[in-house]
Write a protein of this length. Structure first.
Length: 283
């Protein structure tokens, strides 16, 4: 099972998620963002004949900005609001049960809930009796550079450039394979790799776009840097997305959720949720 934000402090992310969400309206107006689309607009999207009366979602509450508790202890996050929107689209009643991440799959198998909406990895769950919906979010790699270098940065020609990455990460493996003429600076942590760009030790940092979207507007970034190029979603490296897991013996629910996900995108609801939680788009 994989969690896309495992390298980042939960406390820091909760604070950042609350702050960024509170500024979402103004940020979206000042800086038009790119909202990703994972659904084919030409695909037939007929409402399923069978729609559940109630959906019991399972999640963990230490997973910002997707599912977490705000400073007042209220459950919030992108996945929380997405689950509500899915139920509203289907006309189903909705509930969210919180579990530790390690017991989400057993809880689903034991029918304590109907679906997991908590960043469950397809690969890690491959041996379990699970279905997954279509991806509702993918987590691309991105470059960040100092703002005054963005206009001249060419991600297709990095010969002689110093690229900071986290040692042992998929970002390091990808950079070493696809930019052999670059100087790959492998560092022990995300913080060190980001600081290398901020202080000029590296020309760019190549890393997790989602985490960087919260770092760039933070005090830690000191307004130094910006996204450039990308997003990178290459198969085998950054293509695994976030999806909702259901039991294999409940194909009707999986079909209903896929229908609702496509409808939310077409109706603009997905865009509103994305901008609410990710006003600095990582796409």
């Amino acid at each position: 099972m994989a969690r896309p934000l495992q390298e980042l402090s939960v406390a820091i992310l909760i604070a950042a998620a609350c702050l960024v969400a509170s500024m979402a309206g103004a940020a979206a107006e000042d800086n038009p963002v790119r909202v990703p689309n994972f659904w084919d607009p030409k695909a037939v999207n007929d409402r399923p004949a069978t729609v559940p009366d109630k959906i019991q979602f399972l999640a963990t509450d230490d997973y910002p900005p997707f599912v977490f508790r705000d400073p007042q202890g209220r459950l919030t996050g992108f996945n929380v609001d997405l689950a509500r929107a899915l139920c509203q689209e289907l006309g189903s009643s909705c509930a969210l049960r919180i579990k530790d991440f390690e017991v989400l799959v057993p809880a689903l198998e034991e029918e304590e809930g109907d679906a997991i909406i908590s960043g469950l990895s397809r690969e890690a769950a491959a041996t379990r009796h699970l279905n997954f919906t279509e991806d509702y979010l993918k987590l691309p790699a991105r470059f960040v550079v100092q703002k005054d270098e963005a206009a001249d940065f060419d991600e297709q020609d990095l010969a002689g450039k110093t690229i900071a990455v986290v040692a042992g990460s998929r970002y390091e493996a990808f950079a070493a394979r696809f930019w052999p003429d670059a100087d790959i600076l492998s560092l022990e942590s995300e913080r060190a790799a980001r600081d290398a760009v901020r202080n000029g030790t590296a020309d760019a940092h190549f890393g997790d776009g989602l985490g960087l979207s919260f770092w760039l507007p933070s005090n830690a970034a000191e307004n130094c840097c910006t996204f450039t190029g990308g997003p990178w979603l290459e198969a085998g490296y950054f293509d695994e997305g976030m999806a909702i897991a259901t039991r294999r013996d409940n194909p009707e629910l999986a079909a209903a959720l896929n229908y609702a996900l496509r409808q939310l995108y077409q109706e603009g609801v997905y865009r509103e949720l994305y901008l609410r939680y990710f006003p600095l788009s990582f796409y």
